[in-house]
Design a binder for this molecule. Structure first.
Ligand code: A2P
Length: 288
């Protein structure tokens, strides 16, 4: 199966393929699904009229689980997912891994336009501007699907009002796993509506720094290593990271979050929270 033929097919809701499904509690309708690789997909769903959130937050989403063999009762199977769309969007976007034996994503990867998913409308999270002190440079550090909250924040005007430069690092295993972040950044930098909303000069503040760890690419290595050995700073022509000017948001695996915290603390940055804004904030990416 060639990735460029079948994996990136983008389907839209039409009258003909919308399925009649019994209404779930907190149900939302799938609008489109895009498969990026055999491990990654993104999808858009309807947004509850009452849902307000801050770009960078997450919600619980899922499907009904299999019926209990004894009682026949079904329970919702929910996981935390960062909202990848910005707070002003009419629809909600999510970016997900497919885990073949994962209780939720083994099913979720098969959703089609017109299907329903469960979405609990209670957004929360720490990857929000309110949790950071003002600064000059914003670093968005992601591994894998940890890019999702940054897909939201990069489409949020406030991100550019607050900072002179927005450096997005995305570390993945293979080159194809960068497709979502790369095309999203290209799209927002070239989109007329985004120019009007955010401004071309503001969008030019984005510096995209993708790295791969397993497949050959122009920049290889874990971002943690590349920060510690100074490669990132040499590549970008900056002195380094310091608490006066630099702010960070982190989203990735548990191991990544822990290691990059140590790196950032080593540069003198302190972890912030909604109630106590500081220099950087961390959120775990959903896996499984
Ligand atoms: P690596 O290939 O060296 O494990 P995954 O697909 O397992 O979630 O990993 C996504 C990316 O995050 C991979 O490139 C992986 O590198 C990298 N990664 C995993 N753990 C860490 C860590 N502790 N520090 C930095 N990068 C990490």
């Amino acid at each position: 199966m060639r990735a460029d033929e079948t994996m990136t097919e983008h389907s839209q809701v039409t009258q003909t393929n919308a399925k009649a499904v019994p209404t779930l509690p907190d149900a939302q309708t799938v609008i489109s699904v895009k498969h990026w690789t055999d491990r990654l997909f993104s999808f858009r769903v309807s947004r509850p009229a009452s849902l307000r959130f801050r770009s960078g937050e997450f919600v619980m989403i899922g499907l009904m689980g299999d019926p209990d063999p004894k009682t026949g009762k079904q329970k919702p199977l929910l996981r935390a997912y960062s909202i990848a769309s910005p707070s002003w969007d009419d629809e909600l976007e999510f970016y997900s891994i497919k885990v073949q034996d994962g209780p939720l994503t083994s099913k979720l990867q098969h959703i089609q336009p017109g299907d329903q998913i469960i979405l609990r409308p209670k957004p929360v999270g720490t990857l929000v501007h309110d949790a950071l002190l003002p600064g000059k440079r914003l670093w968005l550090f992601a591994t894998g699907t940890g890019f999702a909250p940054f897909a939201s924040l990069l489409r949020e005007p406030e991100t550019y009002e607050n900072f002179d430069q927005v450096i997005v690092t995305h570390t993945v295993r293979d080159v194809a796993e960068l497709d979502y972040s790369r095309s999203l950044i290209e799209e927002i930098q070239n989109d007329e509506m985004m120019h009007e909303l955010i401004g071309k000069d503001n969008l030019a503040k984005i510096v995209y720094y993708p790295t791969t760890t397993r497949q050959d690419s122009p920049k290889m290595g874990r971002i943690t290593t590349l920060l510690q050995d100074g490669t990132v700073f040499a590549d970008l022509g900056i002195d380094g990271i310091n608490a006066d000017t630099d702010r960070g948001m982190v989203c990735g695996s548990l191991g990544f979050n822990k290691d990059i915290k140590d790196v950032l603390e080593g540069f003198g940055l302190e972890e912030g929270a909604n109630s106590d804004p500081k220099h950087y904030v961390v959120e775990k990416a959903f896996v499984g």
